[in-house]
Structures are given as structure tokens and as C-alpha cells.
Design a binder for this molecule. Structure first.
Ligand SMILES: Cc1cc2nc3c(=O)[nH]c(=O)nc-3n(C[C@H](O)[C@H](O)[C@H](O)COP(=O)(O)OP(=O)(O)OC[C@H]3O[C@@H](n4cnc5c(N)ncnc54)[C@H](O)[C@@H]3O)c2cc1C
Length: 405
């Protein structure tokens, strides 16, 4: 029987597109169904509100896809150090990649830049189809594939249907895959700000009892903020006149970069942890936020999603090369085994961190400050944190390992 696509991916966000491009570059026919085409990224536009800290592992993966150079040259800001401190007990910790002989820990990149770069590259391939607006209406299983009906009434066949359609994943819902959701009771207020002093290539994070405040370095010396705080406070911060907001931010950041002299538009996003009970079903897999979401305090969400994409692609391509079914149960179980536990571990670690730091009980404040100071002096623990920040802990997919050019 004729199979139209080896994979149909619902969701053309960063993760779905990375997966599609990996498969298409290996010669597999793929389709991406996306509700809305991304707005074109242009250098003359101000930096977007939504940015991500892309780890070294994600950088390597995007490099293997031939997308990293374009992203880096367009507008990506590397940072070599992290300075984190506690508002209560005076504890602090510093990580510096240079001390370990590494040039940087990660890059801050606008989500839309990553997305449109992958989109552009995919649109240049003959074996990839971007269907916009497009979405799955239903599917039925046949012996060697799924028959998929799209929202426009057309039908096609595929070996694997992938849900890369974000935290509310309609595909996950339609497949009846349950997921646990735990709101953190916080919103992340984001925007670009211009402090008095240059950030010097350092990402900064202050732990406040209401939630962490991150100042992430951008290439023109400004910073992108993620200010996690209770919903009511987030609403208030969005409403404040600009001058008052700058004052509040200067205060909340303890003037670590001097006064905040200007700020761009602000927006807020609800923060919640969610995890699908399983990542797979018959000829179906979930990747990225459709499978899991995590508190942004360690900037890991899309990095985990990229590792999902790289791992699933790796398993599919290995099967394809051996003449086996790339959407079959063996591939899917291996994918789930490699990613579900790793993502769960990261979520649990972040939750513990979040609980410890978003708590103003005096014994806890003393404990975490002592912990920060101790970790700062204890090289093996610091190396472990560095490896996490760079996305280099745990079992990496081949596409995220160093490669010889
Ligand atoms: C405040 C904040 C800060 C963050 N900072 C970081 C960070 O520093 N580092 C990091 O790694 N992560 C960070 N994250 C997380 C990161 O933004 C997400 O993990 C990432 O955007 C998820 O990408 P995705 O492609 O899985 O999903 P999405 O970006 O949600 O993409 C899903 C796509 O699916 C499409 N779609 C949805 N439904 C349908 C449908 N029915 N049919 C067709 N298409 C559909 C949508 O239009 C969208 O394009 C942060 C998150 C927040 C909220």
C-alpha cells in the first residue's frame, strides 16, 4: 500500500520543525500541520518577548540540522556565566564556563528566530510539506500505517503521527492520553529591559520568596527578563506605568546592573508543570511541550523538547536504515524509554528547587543559602550543575553529541 508520509507532525513550533527537518534531511517524506504560519523574523524588529536559553546540546543539534549558523549570525547572545543569589539568607553561586575551558554555557535566542529558521529550511526541501492552516481531524489504524483525515477533509497515510502541538496538545487529548498538571501558582512576566550597565555576558537570577527573577543577556547589552510571581502580582506588574515598573524591577533585581533605564512591552504566561502519562500510542508519539512542561527557572523546556525530537528521529532513522517500520512499537517504546524518565527527573529536580526557593520559612532560607554557598565551593557539585545548564547530563542522542567536521 502507498504510504504518503513517514511522519505527519501536528505543530510547527520549534520542536515539531526540528523533528521534521531531521527526518527530511535523511530523505524521509514528512508533513507538518500548523495552525498558524510564524511571523517572519526581521533583524530590524525589536527583540521578541519570548526567548529561550538554548543549551550547548541544543546548539549542537541545530548545528547538525544546518540551522545554527543562520540563528547565531542573525541574533543570538552567548553567555559564559550564571550568577544566582538568594534574596533572604545572603547565599549565592557563580558558574563560569571559562573556568572549565568552555567558551559559553548557552545562548539566548528569540523563539521566533529559531522557529522561522527551521521553517525556512524545511520549506526548501522537496520531501517536506508544510500545510498551513492544517490540523488532524481523525485517524484510523490500518495494517502498516494510519489513515489520517485532515481538517480540510483530505486524507493521507503515514507510518507515524506526532503531537508537537504544545502544552494543550489537541492530539494528546484526541488520543486519550492522560496527563498530570500542576500549576506553580505563578505567571512569568517577560519583556526586554535596558539596565544602566552592560550584562557582560552573564545571566543573572535572583531568588525571591514570590519566585525567581531572571535577567538574560541580549546581544545589544539589554536583557530579557522572566519574572516569576503570583498571578495577582503579575497582573499588577503588567498594569504599572512604565516608570513605576522600572522602579520595581530595579528594586527586585537589587540594582545588580544599576537602574533599569527603559523597558519594552510586557506580557505574562501562566507557569505549570505537566507531564503526559505516556508519550506513545499506536503509531503515535508526543514530543516537546505536548509531552511535558517545566518551570522556566532553569531554562530547560525547549531544550528537553529538542532532545525528544533528536531521540525520536534517531530511533526512526535507525529502523528505517534496517528496513524496519519507523512507526512501529519497537521504535516507539525505545523512544519513550529514553525520554520519559529523563524528563521526569529534570521536572522533579526543578520542582524541588522551586519549592526550596519560593519558600520564606526562616529555617529553609538559612538552609538554602548555606546550600548555595557550599555548592559554590564544592567543585564536583558545581560541575554537575554546569553539565545540566549546558544540557550535557544524562544520555544524549547522537545528534547532540560533539561531532568532527
Ligand atoms: C516564560 C517562559 C520562559 C521560558 N524560557 C525558556 C528557556 O529559557 N529555555 C527553554 O528551553 N525553554 C523555555 N521555556 C519553554 C519553551 O518556551 C517551550 O518549551 C517551547 O516553546 C515548546 O516548544 P514546542 O514546539 O514543544 O511547543 P509550542 O511552541 O507550543 O508549539 C506548538 C505549535 O503547535 C501549533 N498547534 C497547536 N495546536 C494545533 C493544531 N490543532 N493544529 C495545528 N497546529 C497546532 C501551535 O500553533 C504552535 O506553533 C519558557 C517558557 C515560558 C512560559
Amino acid at each position: 500500500m502507498r504510504i504518503d508520509y513517514e511522519a505527519i507532525i501536528q505543530g510547527g513550533g520549534m520542536v515539531g520543525l526540528a523533528l521534521a527537518l531531521t527526518l527530511a534531511r535523511a530523505g524521509l517524506p514528512v508533513a507538518v500541520l500548523e495552525a498558524q504560519a510564524p511571523r517572519r523574523w526581521r533583524r530590524e524588529d525589536p527583540v521578541d518577548q519570548r526567548v529561550s536559553a538554548l543549551s550547548v546540546a541544543s546548539e549542537r543539534y541545530l548545528d547538525r540540522l544546518g540551522a545554527w549558523d543562520a540563528i547565531r549570525r542573525a541574533r543570538a547572545c552567548p553567555f559564559h556565566a550564571i550568577h544566582a543569589w538568594d534574596s533572604e539568607g545572603g547565599g549565592s553561586i557563580d558558574f563560569d564556563a571559562h573556568r572549565y575551558g568552555e567558551p559559553h554555557l548557552a545562548h539566548i535566542v528569540e523563539n521566533r528566530l529559531t522557529q522561522t529558521t527551521l521553517w525556512q529550511q524545511l520549506s526548501e526541501r522537496d520531501n517536506a510539506r508544510l500545510i498551513v492552516p492544517g490540523s488532524v481531524q481523525s485517524w484510523t489504524a490500518e495494517a502498516e500505517c494510519l489513515r489520517v483525515r485532515l481538517a480540510d477533509g483530505s486524507e493521507c497515510t503515514t507510518r507515524l503521527l506526532v503531537g508537537a502541538d504544545g502544552a494543550r496538545s489537541p492530539l494528546r487529548e484526541r488520543a486519550g492520553i492522560g496527563h498530570s498538571v500542576r500549576p506553580y501558582g505563578q505567571h512569568g512576566v517577560v519583556g526586554t529591559v535596558w539596565p544602566e550597565h552592560h550584562h557582560g555576558g552573564i545571566a543573572r537570577q535572583r531568588f525571591l520568596p514570590t519566585g525567581p527573577l531572571a535577567l538574560l543577556p541580549l546581544s545589544d547589552g539589554s536583557c530579557s527578563i522572566v519574572w516569576s510571581c503570583p498571578e495577582a502580582q503579575a497582573a499588577e506588574l503588567l498594569e504599572l506605568p512604565e516608570a513605576r515598573f522600572r522602579e520595581r524591577l530595579t528594586q527586585a533585581s537589587e540594582s545588580v546592573l544599576g537602574p533599569i533605564n527603559a523597558c519594552g512591552p510586557r506580557a505574562a504566561f501562566p507557569l505549570r508543570r505537566s507531564h503526559a502519562r505516556r508519550y506513545i500510542d499506536r503509531r503515535l508519539a508526543l514530543v516537546g511541550d505536548a509531552a511535558h512542561t517545566i518551570h522556566p527557572l532553569a531554562g530547560q523546556g525547549v531544550n528537553l523538547g529538542f532532545m525528544d525530537a533528536a531521540t525520536l528521529a534517531e530511533e526512526m532513522l535507525a529502523a528505517h536504515e534496517r528496513g524496519r517500520d519507523p512507526g512501529g512499537p519497537a521504535v516507539l517504546h525505545r523512544y519513550q524509554r529514553r525520554r520519559l524518565g529523563a524528563n521526569h527527573l529534570m521536572q522533579t529536580g526543578m520542582d524541588a528547587f522551586h519549592w526550596l526557593f519560593a519558600n520564606d520559612l526562616p529555617p529553609l532560607a538559612a538552609l538554602r543559602s548555606a546550600g548555595l554557598n557550599l555548592t559554590d565551593r564544592f567543585t564536583p557539585a558545581k560541575s554537575l550543575f554546569m553539565a545540566h545548564a549546558m544540557g550535557l547530563s544524562g544520555e544524549l542522542p547522537e545528534l547532540a553529541r560533539p561531532h568532527l567536521r
